[in-house]
Write a protein of this length. Sequence first.
Length: 710
Amino acid sequence: MAAPLTLLTKKNVPFLWTTKQTQALEALKTALSTAPVLKNPEFGKPFVITTDASEFAVGAVLSQSTPEGERPVAFISQTLSDTERRWPTHDRELHAIVCALKRWRHYVEGVPITVLTDHNSLKYFMEQKELSKRQVRWLETLLEYGNDLLIKYLPGKANVVADALSRRADFELPPVSDTVLPQLLRVQGIRVNSVRVNSIVHFEPNQGWLAELKDALVKDPLYKKVVAPAPVSNRRRRRSLAPPPSVLDFEYSVQNDLIYAHSKGRKKLFVPFKKLQAKVLAANHDHVTAGHVGMDKTTELVSRHYYWRGIAQTVQRYVKSCLLCQRMKSNNQKPAGLLQPLPVPDHNWEHVSLDLIGPLPTTLNGFDCIVTVVDKLSKMGHFIATTTTVDAPSLAKLMMSNIFRLHGFPKALISDRDARFTSEYWKQFIDALGIASHMSTAFHPETDGQTERMNRTIEEMLRSYVNDKHDNWDELLPYLELAYNNSRQASHKFTPYFLNHGTHPFVPAKQHLERARERQREYANKSRRHVEFKVGDRVYLSTENLKLPGPSRKLQERRIGPFTISKVLSPVTYKLTLPNEMQIHATFHVKLLHPFVESPEEFGERVTVELPPIGYARGDGIYLVDYVFGRKWDTIVGKSRPEWFYHVAWLGYSLEEATWEPRRQLLGIKDLIDEYDAAHPLKRGEATLPPWPTVNSKKKKNIKEPTKKK
């Protein structure tokens, strides 16, 4: 009630008596000379305390139940200090409860108390494990009442009285300009008024910008009539000087040769020129104090102080064409590209998918990886134990001895972009057999979703039967393969084994597969949207699967580019024109592409940041070493003689995929190993380092040092 009067006693506040001070004085006189109709407390009976907190005050009502209903005993309405106003909502609401208990302790101590609050989480405050120092002090106050205190939730709509006490109009601060002298900071021509009372940040154009606007208004033949009207006689001066409707069709005023539009009791600077509008948008979107926020927030920020026709549409065009936002902001839309299921083959083992599961725990036989091969029509699968070090020639031998000799050569082989499948040897191998290679587009494993689902099934089956040491899973694979092939598939309602060895597999199986494919398409497309590009379009490329330079992936750009689409391979697959230094496959799924929006000429030249080119690991079957960061004396499983191993990080792979490699296999990076050994001398008592052996190139692991270190 006395807040307007109290405000005049503060430091650096000019003594300005207004109608608010007069109203506060009269209200105090009335309060001192009259008594409200309150109920006398009945000691020994339960009390009810209803509390609420706003951004500037707390309020509470002490009441008791009577046959006529709840009757008030006392009220509290108390302003918050500057420090208390900065507390979070949870603490302000809890502060209201503590204030009420302290103020009315002589009423409520020793009797049951029910506290009603519209902040639901306070019901569980007594059970909260982590508390701040301030909350610990408040908890001590609440615990003094023991089991007599019960906190309940009261919806905000029902909390009328306490809410009104905490939101009295005379507690609200007057306009900032009337109470606090702003502290001006100059940042690149923009003056930022940081008002300490309520922490509002306000942007004002500098005098040079205003002078440019004044000059443009005075010179413009249309607005000159408004800013500098022609002289009139004394008789006409008494009449309204409002311009004709064709000039300005909104309520306005002119001050210092500037036009201010009036809207909902506020004055907003009228900026009709596109060049100056671009400056306003740059200050309220591009500037570091604006933060490159989205369309709605930028529109609200600009509309606080400026006005022109179509301001929302202008902001939308500006933000949508912001180069930095296109590259840095996360994409909140549905994934682009409707599902394009692969065609159902006509015969078994025409289309075969291939993948590897690993690394797994090393078995007693030395295996740590599984090769999974699945027929696209019958869903029959073969599980082959191998090692993670298997190369393209060894993998070709496994396919010949375990798959092709049983089922013949397929027409198409579907795989991911593993280095073994993109190597030159593998390409020559399948080309010689007349097999078409269908690889997934870069970073889009959904292309081979069948094998991915098969891998998950194998892992689930292995968990159920593997021993405690996890070293016998390779011996279980033949049994699990039979179990899988003997189970009915939901897609075609048959078992893979029956479709491969029965007499009537084809027509019903294919019909079921067609229906399953259609269900799959409908289900997947519910969460997708159709996006289409054409040759010549410029797009950004998502960086979610690229290894970019920099210490933190969280702060790296979301997209790079723009790049030009050179070829449309399918409705959801596009080929881009990429720079040579990227060294990655140029075909991508549409969900990884984002349309490039060029900035319109109306906004002029806009500042952006040029980022360095992106590097990426090659997919030619050669392992590129990034760096060496460890050394140990150890023994390979199955061998008795120990030897030196080095911890190797591979270029293009995460640190979790680093491996320990024996020294004898690292002749290709001899210089890196010697450099590491020189920087980390052997300790006393450790085994000596052997000389570099002369190794047959056919037996040496395909490891090379990168031409350019990271």
